[in-house]
Design a binder for this molecule. Sequence first.
Ligand code: GLC
Length: 423
Amino acid sequence: MTNRYGALVVMTLAVVLCSCGGERPQQEGTVVISVLTWRPNSPQTWEQAIARFEEGNPGIEVDLQTGPSSSTQLHDMLAQRLRNRDSSVDVFVMDVVWPPEFAAVGWALPLDTLFEPGERELFFDGCVDAVTWEESVYGVPFFLDAGVLYYRTDLLERYGQDPPGTWSAMVRTADSIVSGEADPGLYGYSAQMAQYEGLVCDMLELVGSAGGSLMRPEEPEAIRALRFARDSLVHLEGMSPPGILIYKEQESLELFASGGAVFHRNWPYAWAVCADSATSDVVGKIGISVLPRFPGGESVSALGGWSFGVSPFSPHPEESWRFVSFMTSPEIQRLFAVEVGKPPARRSLYSDSAVLEANPHFRRMADVFENATPRPRSPVYPQISHRLQSFLHEAVGDPESDVPEMAAEAAEGLREILSRAEE
Ligand code: GLC
């Protein structure tokens, strides 16, 4: 009896402690909204934004919960909570590929009357399309992403090389620099090839720039691009670091920012990381350009980016909306562009002097951002991506892979997923 009572007291205490987060005492009448995001690489910018929000909205406090930085893992964590109608998350960040699923299964509130058509026009079309499903909007765009190529200006200059136009020119240039430098810590290329959402983006770009599509992997254009990735990027001696098949954004960027690679594929935020001496050994030695293509193809950037959505299970939809509206305002998009290099989803900020001063390449890249290629839009996107991830990882990871056979199987798998979804 005493034991059970003791356990109850301990449990109650634990609940009380958890619910105050053990941090700030909560004032009576204060609404606390929980916001779930990935682990940010610049937590202080989030803190600054939240402090400004709380200052302007007395009576609302924000409890920031950070999940994994991998889009795939964050998706699964959030999906589990929403599937359980968990009311402990009010607002969440949504990757561009999530809204069709969230809309179809009722995991995000429609925001049509709040995020009005006139307001939507102020954002890039690709970002608004991404949060729209069957005529309703389920999120407000925060920032956009598009794949770009980073390179070491100092090394290219030393070897009299120009930024490459094609993938094979990139490999040749990297190869001559890596052999010339004879530095065992220097590789040719660093990118995201772990089995997760980032691999889908990197491969969409390669396959797209050969004129193919990831949804038709059995076609010759896709097969050619995947064989190239396998033989000339992943398995060519000295080209990619040994860990490439488990690299996500962070690991691939750490290698580049520490001076370990000549070329690097990443999203625009990598610029700010490389430009800061606290996180980079290559300050002032970095160039940025569009991604290479195959001969006869065109450069393709995957469209990425994130929006904010509101949970239909939130007990505080009004306060949640106030937060979403604040985080996607010009003021906060400017802050994230200036401090963290996130490309704003709002068009007007591309002529903002503070944004352009911190990100001089935005002017040149606005076209790339505007024309970036979306991934398939479908309520069953997680299944599509899952199938693609395992196929792509094996196709480029196994030096002996039978790409045409694996591609035919993957194509069949994709057809099945789509036809089951239509039933
Ligand atoms: C970036 C992009 C997102 C993409 C992810 C893949 O976060 O913004 O759209 O899915 O990278 O790793």
